[in-house]
Design a protein around this ligand. Sequence first.
Ligand code: BEZ
Ligand code: FE2
Length: 406
Amino acid sequence: MRILNPNYIYINGDFKENIAVAFNSKIESIDNIEKLKEKYQDVEVIDCGKNSVLYPGFINTHVHLEFSANRTTLKYGNFMRWLYSVIDNRDELLNRCDNAMMQRACEDMLSSGITTFGAISSFGTELEVCEKTPQKVIFFNELIGSNMAYIDALYNDFLVRVKASKEAIENGIIPAIAMHSPYSVHPVALKRALEVAKANNMPISAHFLESPEEREWFEDGSGEFLEFFKKYFNTTQPMTTIDEFLSYFDNTPTHFTHLTQAKEKELKYISKNGHSIAHCPRSNRFLGCGKLDLEKVQELDILFSVATDGLSSNSSLNIFDELYSAIMIHNGEDLIKLSKLLISSVTTQPAKIFNLNSGEIEEGRDADFAIIKLADTPSSLNDIALYTILHTKKVNSLFISGEQII
Ligand code: BEZ
Ligand code: FE2
């Protein structure tokens, strides 16, 4: 048993003073320091220092580790320009991305306080690194393939990867499934994969309505995706519609990534069916995709996470960088309210979405903590979320299941 004694603590969506936490691998007790010292005598008390803030460990629900080699290879600015550059450079990028590089990406996430992440895995090559990293990993085995001629082979490969991730549960892996997108997964394969997810009670994720080009393709069968499909697949028609794609997930709450091009109609459907959203503001900005309608998301009570996406469409995996950018991108929102909402989007909200026993300072939860130090005394408790986001790049210390990592 140990006790963490911070200046401030993020608890029940607010910032409080004079609250300490006693923990083993789980949180045992939350009270003022005197009471905890009385209750647990002769245990180590870790004083977190002046202007320290204790947060639950942060959760980054969407990252592509396999593409960590990208810096100046892929083309940003426009989604189709980016997609063509991915196809042209994929093999080279994957070849350059070895375990050491993916491990560094995990360490970068650790240094910004990320104690759980969702790895979107196209090939399964990051499984070993994800097993070794101290973080908990929701391992999203991704299914891709629009061409019926290859679907059986692709689907069988997907099942092999799912099996490998199931065998890694004791190493902190939570097996999960990702559908690449409505334009790249054949509905026949998608339905089969959803059955697997349902039978195994696995979390599900899918990129959806990421770019204006994707919306145009589904609405009119035209635009740059038409040229793309003619060139690579010799097809001229989308395989599904926006509404039909959404309906496949009716009985399986899904974490949809991006939705920058979603309209009120789709957001209402998502709300009604208990789905959630991964919001990647920098990735969306860098690929020229627009931004999620955060006002509507809040109005409809949709749970959402802010996530970094991979280095294939971002400049870092630092969650503070992402939150800072979210503040700048959603410039119509009240600054203080938005900052607090953003903190919930990397803690309590993703924990709820994926039913994780972390993301919240509460007795019985996993002792996953990110401790930061503000540069100076905050002018008010209510502004701590903003000050944290504005001035933090790295955490001062980090605990996962009670073990000190940083
Ligand atoms: C496919 O593998 O079928 C695919 C990949 C990317 C975009 C569209 C289709
Ligand atoms: Fe992604």
